[in-house]
Design a protein around this ligand. Structure first.
Ligand SMILES: [Mn+2]
Length: 256
């Protein structure tokens, strides 16, 4: 599956990931949300397409009629960008995998649950959140199957939202059952399963860029003569993002 995107002259494509809004608590999240808003306002003039690679929220759950409280400024800004006809692509992460159609219908953005390939100005991009890819992380993959199971989801929807959101927040922040343990080893290139995955995919089909989030460590490396792996990092510790001007892709850091 391939998507072709043409960028108007002078415009850029921006990529960001792993904001985890809502964590670890209201006040700290609010500060990070304001940094991200400033960044969104900064990219506003130049943005030709916006990619959000998941975990925008630390816990998100979509009820049939109820929207979780909070994050209205970021949601409003994304809607505003999308309303101007600028395409916004959202890849759900393991923390916001319970999105259904609110983002598509209310914000008018594209939501993806799986990795996807894009052609942007003649370059190929392989994009995803990054969770559950490659051969590792069996425990997490089983957990994901349970969480994505429709019976489990229906049961959860019947729990009162005040309790459901609290439960979700608990599992997300305290228990790490959704996110898994943060692995310091991933900072090194060896034994990084996401880099191995990109290399494996690149053996089958060459692409220019492999972009992921999920690991929270910004990284830009060559995996082949003409292919690069870029991890977008996060908006918790690194405030990192990527921009593509139609020719070059750069990993950058937002000065907070
Ligand atoms: Mn994350």
């Amino acid at each position: 599956m391939e998507n072709k995107i043409a960028i108007p002259k002078g415009k850029k494509v921006f990529f960001a990931s792993d904001n985890h809004l809502g964590a670890p608590n209201f006040n700290e999240s609010k500060i990070r949300e304001s940094h991200f808003l400033k960044w969104l306002n900064y990219v506003d003039k130049e943005v030709g397409a916006l990619f959000l690679l998941g975990d925008l929220f630390d816990f998100w759950y979509e009820y049939k009629t109820v929207v979780p409280k909070g994050f209205v400024r970021v949601l409003g800004k994304i809607a505003e960008i999308s309303d101007r006809g600028i395409p916004v692509y959202f890849f759900v992460g393991n923390h916001d995998q319970w999105m259904i159609n609110y983002f598509e219908e209310e914000l008018g953005i594209k939501v993806y649950y799986q990795t996807r390939e894009f052609q942007i100005e003649g370059k190929t991009f392989f994009i995803g959140h990054g969770d559950g890819l490659g051969p590792n992380d069996i425990g997490y993959k089983i957990m994901k199957k349970i969480f994505r199971n429709s019976f489990f989801q229906t049961m959860f929807r019947w729990i009162h939202p005040d309790i459901g959101m609290k439960l979700g927040h608990y599992f997300s922040v305290k228990n790490k059952i959704i996110s898994g343990k943060r692995n310091e080893k991933l900072q090194k290139q060896e034994n990084n399963w996401l880099i191995d995955y990109a290399k494996m995919k690149n053996k089958v089909k060459k692409r220019d860029f492999y972009l992921f989030g999920h690991q929270h460590y910004p990284c830009d490396i060559k995996i082949d003569k003409e292919s690069r792996y870029i991890n977008l990092g996060d908006w918790i510790d690194h405030y990192s993002y990527a921009e593509f001007d139609g020719d070059e892709l750069k990993l950058k850091y937002w000065d907070i």
